[in-house]
Design a protein around this ligand. Structure first.
Ligand SMILES: OC[C@H]1O[C@H](O[C@H]2O[C@H](CO)[C@@H](O)[C@H](O)[C@H]2O)[C@H](O)[C@@H](O)[C@@H]1O
Length: 627
């Protein structure tokens, strides 16, 4: 029974109540988030009175235009909480640029370094003084936002933003962002999904402690750690207390974590969208269950995805089949395992030995649960677990190998895990896609599904494989990184833009689907590309040995030609092999992009391709969600 739960926040303007319902259901804007990001022109009680007068005047049946006039009269334009701000610690030539040998990529990396200037936001003093007029959560230090409709901080995005900022040597901005998060944990007991009050009842993947680790590796300020370690304990506890579920597996019980939020009602920022899906259910209880699944999926960062669909034990279906709370995700448990390990390390450094012992115990327990419940030798990967059926979810997601990134497996047996994982990745043919690794292999129309490819997922795969220090895994990581960087660069060349997501099936293709149009900016995308350029910059080139980028390389070109072009394709393949050998000789230090693909792969590639309709959405034409 969810009827005793609170609303997403108390505000009768931004989180629940008749005003929010009337305005959001009127569909005034292409994007529902627009309204809840507006500043109030007067205090809430006056606006609520004005709303009541408008409803009385219109006999409770206001037209869309009357509602629009009410909003325009009572609210300012969205985004009015910020002032012009240039990060003071921004540098023209951070040292990591010197690692990039290709002049084209170097030029691009300089542009990426400049993008932080566009994405920096400082709140006006007026926000601190009159927080009640805004939905934004006031923080003391300026932040780097993702970009586009995402005008505020986002929890897990910030991990990759901070990674990039530190490469840009913007230590003060990065420290300020982490300090904001710590202040927020002190105030609210956890970090909300993003920096708005309507996100206050759900979080996002727990990466604060790894962010502190990034800072420690960079500035190594032990006093900072000492000052904030108690707050980090709080963040860890929040996840243990509110997200733990008991898993009964093969006669043993394990404490594992899953996404689960605890409020009533639809997401305020996607209010109409959620109510529309809830129409499929006939009772208030069933509608509330759906809202909980939607908000829990948003908490996972994967909103939305077939990963959270359960229909007759499969991942088919649509948003009405969301069962996020019934799935134990590999990545969340791997993050918790990593958090425990880092906390043990930090407490040891601070000589808090009792605490260190507690975290070592937590780390061992979580690692054991991951090994016993989620690892599958026959598959060669870790798989999400269905709490309802007690069965594994054997579907491909990049997160199936996240324990490699967080080091949550028996590293003494690293060779065994790596060989199984490599075998798995070969089996699922992750290397056949031209634009990156797809999020899933299900084409649901949701944004965390095929064919979209997301920056954090590429990063976790690449770094996970690279971390193993195994030659084959490291080569695969480098090939994945090369493909990703080149495809992002291709979009940059066309649009001078970095996107929040891309299309894995098209070299230089834009991501799409879901409930809003693909966004430009973009915080985590820039951070990931910078990190990959930093790691591979000495061997990574914008084009391969014969001047082709991946989409045009001989082998993949074969997939583009029709039946009539087979002869040409063969010639191109033969020429590619010859030139590739020559290229290898000439560019010994360079890592080659794509192995030749077989006939079966060409068929898959051909069918995977779809026209780049998302071009339209980038130009501002909305694409609708398939339900
Ligand atoms: O408004 C819809 C959803 O938008 C956000 O989710 C997406 O953008 C975030 C910022 O880049 C990202 O962290 C998340 O993974 C994306 O799916 C927001 O986080 C959601 O809560 C919201 O419902």
């Amino acid at each position: 029974d969810r009827s005793n739960l609170p609303a997403p926040c108390e505000s009768l303007i931004y989180c629940h109540g008749p005003l929010l319902h009337t305005v959001q259901m009127a569909g005034l804007y292409n994007d529902s988030k627009t309204f809840v990001d507006k500043k109030m022109k007067s205090p809430a009680n006056i606006i609520l009175d004005n709303f009541q007068s408008m409803m009385n005047r219109t006999d409770y049946r206001p037209t869309k235009e009357q509602i629009r006039t009410f909003v325009d009269d009572n609210f300012d334009v969205e985004g009015s909480e910020f002032e012009e701000w240039q990060p003071l610690d921004w540098k023209h030539n951070p040292a990591f640029l010197q690692r990039i040998k290709d002049p084209l990529l170097l030029e691009w990396a300089k542009n990426l370094n400049e993008l932080w200037l566009n994405l920096g936001r400082k709140m006006k003093d007026e926000v601190r003084e009159h927080q009640d007029l805004y939905s934004i959560i006031y923080v003391d230090h300026p932040v780097i936002v993702p970009g586009g409709r995402f005008r505020e901080f986002y929890y897990w995005d910030s991990y990759w933003i901070i990674k990039g900022l530190l490469l840009s040597e913007m230590h003060a901005t990065a420290t300020g962002m982490v300090t904001n998060f710590l202040d927020i944990v002190d105030k609210y007991g956890f970090i909300p999904n993003g920096g708005r009050i309507y996100y206050l009842m759900r979080s996002q993947p727990p990466l604060l402690i790894p962010m502190v680790k990034l800072l420690m590796e960079d500035i190594g300020d032990i006093d900072f750690l000492k000052r904030h370690i108690g707050t980090m304990d709080k963040e860890f506890d929040f996840w243990v207390k509110n997200h733990t579920v008991e898993v009964d597996y093969n006669g043993r019980k394990y404490q594992m974590t899953r996404y689960s939020e605890q409020s009533q009602g639809p997401r305020p920022e996607s209010y109409k969208e959620d109510i529309d899906v809830a129409r499929h259910f006939d009772t208030v209880d069933k509608k509330e269950e759906l809202y909980a699944e939607l908000k829990s999926a948003a908490e996972s960062g994967w909103d939305f995805s077939s990963r959270w669909f359960i229909l007759n034990g499969t991942n088919k279906g649509n948003l009405t089949n969301l069962k996020t709370r019934s799935i134990v995700p590999v990545d969340l448990n791997a993050f918790m395992c990593w958090n425990a390990q880092l906390m043990a390390e930090f407490h040891e450094l601070l000589e808090n030995f009792e605490k260190a012992k507690y975290y070592r115990m937590m780390h061992a327990k979580i690692k054991e649960a991951i090994e016993h419940v989620l690892w599958h030798e026959d598959v060669g990967a870790w798989l999400d677990y269905n709490l309802k059926s007690g069965r594994r979810r054997d579907y491909f997601y990049p997160t199936n190998i996240v324990p490699l990134w967080t080091g949550c497996y028996d590293v003494e047996r690293s060779d065994y895990y790596v060989s199984r994982v490599i075998n798995y990745l070969e089996k699922v043919k992750v290397d056949i896609f031209e634009g990156g690794i797809p999020t899933t292999l299900e084409h649901s129309g949701e944004q965390w599904d095929y064919p979209n490819a997301w920056p954090p997922l590429q990063y976790m795969m690449v770094m996970g494989l690279d971390n193993t220090r195994n030659d084959v895994a490291m080569r695969l990581a480098s090939e994945m990184a090369t493909k990703w960087v080149r495809s992002n660069f291709e979009v940059w060349k066309q649009k001078k833009a970095m996107l929040e997501k891309y299309d894995a099936t098209i070299f230089g293709g834009f991501g799409g689907g879901g409930e809003y149009v693909v966004q430009k900016g973009f915080g985590w995308t820039n951070g990931v590309v910078m990190a990959l350029l930093n790691l591979y910059g000495d061997t990574l080139y914008a084009a391969d040995a014969f001047g082709d980028a991946p989409g045009q390389s001989g082998a993949v070109y074969g997939a583009h030609v029709g039946a009539g072009g087979i002869f040409t394709a063969l010639l191109v393949v033969i020429a590619s092999v010859a030139a590739g050998t020559l290229g290898l000789m000439v560019y010994r230090r360079r890592r080659d992009y794509a192995p030749l693909v077989g006939a079966e792969d060409l068929r898959v590639l051909g069918s995977a391709r779809k026209p780049c309709t998302e071009l339209k959405s980038l130009n501002g034409v909305s694409n609708t969600r398939q339900r």
